[in-house]
Structures are given as C-alpha cells and as structure tokens.
Design a protein around this ligand. Structure first.
Ligand SMILES: C[S@@+](CC[C@H](N)C(=O)[O-])C[C@H]1O[C@@H](n2cnc3c(N)ncnc32)[C@H](O)[C@@H]1O
Length: 337
C-alpha cells in the first residue's frame, strides 16, 4: 500500500473510533448481543425476534464482525470471545461499562474536550453545569448506571489479595470504595480482617448489596462520609482505589493527610491507580488521563507525582505492585512523627 494511503487509513481509523464504540453500544442496547448467546443466528431471524430492520441489522453485524465482536458462520452470527464479554450475564460486567461510556453523562462531557483544554474547566461542568459526584447525588438513575460501570471496571481488584497480603490486617478502610468489589475480595481472603467502606449515599446502595454477607457477619461497616473532610480512625490499611485520580493535587493531598492522621503507626496506605511509567506511554492509561480531564479535576499521575503527593502528606512509597489492565498499587508507609 502506498505510504500516503497507509497514513490516511490509520488517521481515519482513529477518527472513526467513536462510531465503532457507538455501534458496539447499540448492539448491547438493542439486545443483539444477548440474543446471540445461544449460538449462531441468521440476521433476518434476529431482526424479527428483536423488532429490528433486517437490512440495517445485517449491516451493523457486518461492522461488528469486521472489528471482532461477532463472527460470521454459515448459520448466522455468533459472539467472539470479545463479544461474549458484553453479555448481560458475563462475569466481566463489561456490558455495564459499554452503557456507561455511551451514556449522556459521558458523551456530552466529551463533546466539551476542546473547551476543557482551553479553559481548565471539566467537560462535565461545561456540559452539565456541575461536578460529576454532585450530579450523581442528584440523579439516582445515573448513579446506579455509574456504580454498575465502576463495579465492572473494578474486576481487576480480585487480583489485589494475590499481590498484597491482607491476612495480617485488622481493619481495612476503603475510602470511596464504590460498589464494594475490592473490600469483598479483601475480606474473602483475610478472614481475620474487618472492613470499613466510606462512600457517598448513591454508591452505598450498590455496596450494601455487594457486602451484605460481610455486614451481616459483623465484619464490615458501611459509612456515609466525605473523604475530603475526614477518614475513620484506627485502620491499619487505608485503600484509595481510583480515587486520587479524580482530584486535583490540593484535594488529593487533603485525602492523603486525613489517612495519615487517622492510621495506626504501623499502617499502610494503598493507592491503586494507573500510575504512569516514566519510560513509556501506555495508551490505555493515557486515554483515561484525558478522560479524567473531561470528567474531573484530577489526572493520571506518574510515580514521581504520586511520591510528591505522598511526601506532602507524611507518607512514602514502600513498593509498587502490578495488577491487570495497567493498574498498579503504591504501598505507602508513614514517615516522620
Ligand atoms: C472512580 S470511583 C472508584 C470506586 C472504587 N474505589 C473502585 O475503584 O471501583 C470514585 C468513588 O469516589 C466516591 N466519592 C466521591 N466523592 C467522595 C467523597 N467526598 N467522599 C467519599 N467518597 C466519595 C464516589 O462516589 C465514587 O464511588
């Protein structure tokens, strides 16, 4: 292929990325994905079952086959391993993430990226006139969709107890613990530990459900709180998973100082984030960094930037552990008095 054409095709591939994402989300919304779970189905039969235009559904499926979400066989279309992950009952929960990324909350905020870069305001503020967490507090439907998406995006936390040993922990405090995926994984692996999850009211709905057994067993407290104002005293492990990246340096520093003040002297703070390596640019982390500027006042930070934040709060990095999907765990201990 001529060089000029290769470059043009690559650019067009990048620019049409949102159309592909929308096609994937449309297949989820229309029930196409769930209807393919039992095996191959011809497009006309699928169209009839779902009340869709057969020609248009055929064209949508053709694109989804080209990008690897479905596979064409003589009997119709089936889901590929990628497409399987969009099924309602798939343990990855990625269907919820597809719906969240395609939601008005996210897509309208992204429309304001140029103005966000120009002005330093967030896309959410420009599109919706408020910050994301106030918006979620005012809209239970949006909050439920956000919580489901976050829970889906949090499946990597199941690997956390495999890389960090919680078995000696007495009290694990998960600040902004969302739907409770992480705390559930920790409590399952550390039978001697108690958990405290601090959240805003909308997220507590999902956490109550996810952690019901642990709450009933008296091993877990769910606390309505504000990590910008305080942190519960006396924990020996404080977890901040995908929290600091939502906040500016000033606010992130405040959250860390609350942890430092509240923690046991031999305690640890675990910062779970897509910590950017200095040496290379992992695209997934960089996409989320721009997403952070659209959604929040925060950012994905480098190791050095996190170390600076930690130092400002009287903490320092002990070690760094790796999790799937470019997530990393900064294990921090107190320094000084
Ligand atoms: C990106 S989510 C991460 C949730 C969870 N830690 C995870 O990784 O799945 C950030 C969480 O911070 C919570 N949050 C926002 N502001 C808060 C505040 N002031 N105090 C406590 N939680 C807050 C939100 O409700 C949301 O669930």
């Amino acid at each position: 292929m001529h060089d000029d054409e290769t470059a043009s095709r690559e650019l067009i591939r990048l620019m049409t990325g949102p159309w592909v994402a929308r096609s994937v989300a449309a297949a989820v919304r229309l029930g196409v994905i769930d209807h393919l779970e039992g095996g191959p189905r011809p497009a006309p039969e699928l169209a009839e079952a779902l009340g869709l235009d057969p020609d248009r559904l055929g064209r949508l499926l053709r694109l989804l086959a080209a990008v690897g979400v479905v596979r064409r066989s003589p009997d119709g279309h089936t889901l590929t391993a990628t497409g399987e992950r969009l099924r309602r009952d798939h343990p990855s929960g990625l269907r919820d993430l597809a719906l969240l990324y395609d939601s008005d909350l996210f897509t309208r905020a992204w429309e304001h990226l140029p103005e966000a870069v120009r002005s330093g305001r967030t896309g959410v503020d420009l599109a919706h006139g408020t910050d994301v967490f106030s918006l979620l507090e005012a809209d239970p439907h949006e909050a439920a969709r956000y919580a489901a998406g976050m829970a889906a995006g949090a499946r990597f936390v199941r690997d956390l107890p495999g890389v960090y040993d919680f078995t000696g922990a007495r009290t694990v405090v998960d600040l902004g613990g969302g739907s409770g995926e992480l705390l559930a994984a920790v409590l399952d692996h550390a039978p001697g530990a108690r958990g405290v999850l601090v959240e805003r009211p909308p997220a507590l709905v999902a956490a109550r459900h996810r952690l019901a057994a642990h709450v009933e067993a008296g091993r877990c407290d769910l606390v309505e709180g504000d990590f910008l104002a305080t942190a519960p005293e006396g924990g020996d492990v404080y977890v901040l998973c995908r929290v600091l990246h939502n906040w500016s340096d000033a606010e992130a520093g405040r959250i860390l100082r609350h942890c430092r003040r509240a923690m046991a002297p031999d305690g640890r703070v675990l910062v779970v984030e897509r910590v950017l390596p200095d040496a290379h640019d992992p695209w997934l982390s960089l996409v989320f960094d721009v997403h952070m500027m659209v959604m929040t006042t925060g950012a994905e930070r480098t190791e050095r930037q996190y170390e600076e934040l930690l130092r400002g709060a009287g903490l320092t990095t002990d070690r760094i552990l790796d999790l799937p999907l470019e997530m990393r765990v900064l294990v921090a201990r107190p320094v000084g008095p």
